[in-house]
Design a binder for this molecule. Structure first.
Ligand SMILES: Nc1nc2c(c(=O)[nH]1)N[C@H]1C(S)=C(S)[C@@H](COP(=O)(O)O)O[C@H]1N2
Ligand SMILES: [Mo]
Length: 166
């Protein structure tokens, strides 16, 4: 009996450890805040990222023009799908909030289908907040002509600050 109680307490403990599934806290200054329908956390509101955590995510590259820049430039940064997997995203859309309080909501199916990036670099140069940084949502416009419409331009958020899984 006593052993059974001990075993069930142990498994409850393990279960609890699984539920809170704490990710390491950022060592540096947080630069991106992710919240909403996610299973992982490293802060009361969700997952905070510093630049080191951002670099550890699977990176991608997209060379494309966009509605702002006619010339094709190479964008690099974490794949948004890798970030969604890291935080344990359970929703179907991603609300993106910029430092200028601009808000856009991207279907997660589009993020996966088009390999959308949370770009940090443009032609090898790190984007800063006085430009399109620290993060610029990049769709592969050059590769998929069907993206060339207002909806996807409006989803190309720059100066990204918060991501909320809905
Ligand atoms: N941070 C931020 N990103 C944004 C916007 C904005 O106002 N702030 N406008 C969006 C909209 S509605 C469009 S159509 C394009 C506009 O880009 P442009 O005005 O540079 O052509 O960027 C998108 N990304
Ligand atoms: Mo727009």
């Amino acid at each position: 009996m006593r052993q059974a109680v001990f075993v069930s307490l142990m498994s409850m403990g393990l279960l609890f450890a699984n539920v809170v599934a704490a990710l390491p806290a950022p060592e540096g200054e947080p630069i991106l805040w992710v919240s909403g329908k996610i299973t992982e956390s490293n802060s009361p509101d969700g997952v905070e990222f510093d630049s080191k955590m951002i670099k550890q995510l699977e990176q991608g590259s997209i060379t494309t023009h966009n509605h702002v820049v006619a010339k094709a430039l190479e964008y690099k940064g974490p794949k948004l799908s890798a970030l969604l997997d890291y935080v344990g995203a359970k929703g179907s859309s991603l609300k993106v909030v910029a430092w200028d309080d601009y808000v856009a909501t991207i279907p997660i199916a589009d993020i996966r289908k088009y390999g959308v990036l949370l770009a940090t670099h443009e032609d090898g140069i790190k984007m800063t907040i006085d430009g399109k940084g620290p993060f610029f949502i990049i769709f592969p416009f050059a590769e998929y002509p069907e993206l060339d419409k207002d909806m996807y331009y409006a989803l190309s958020v720059w100066q990204v600050r918060d991501l909320i899984v809905e």
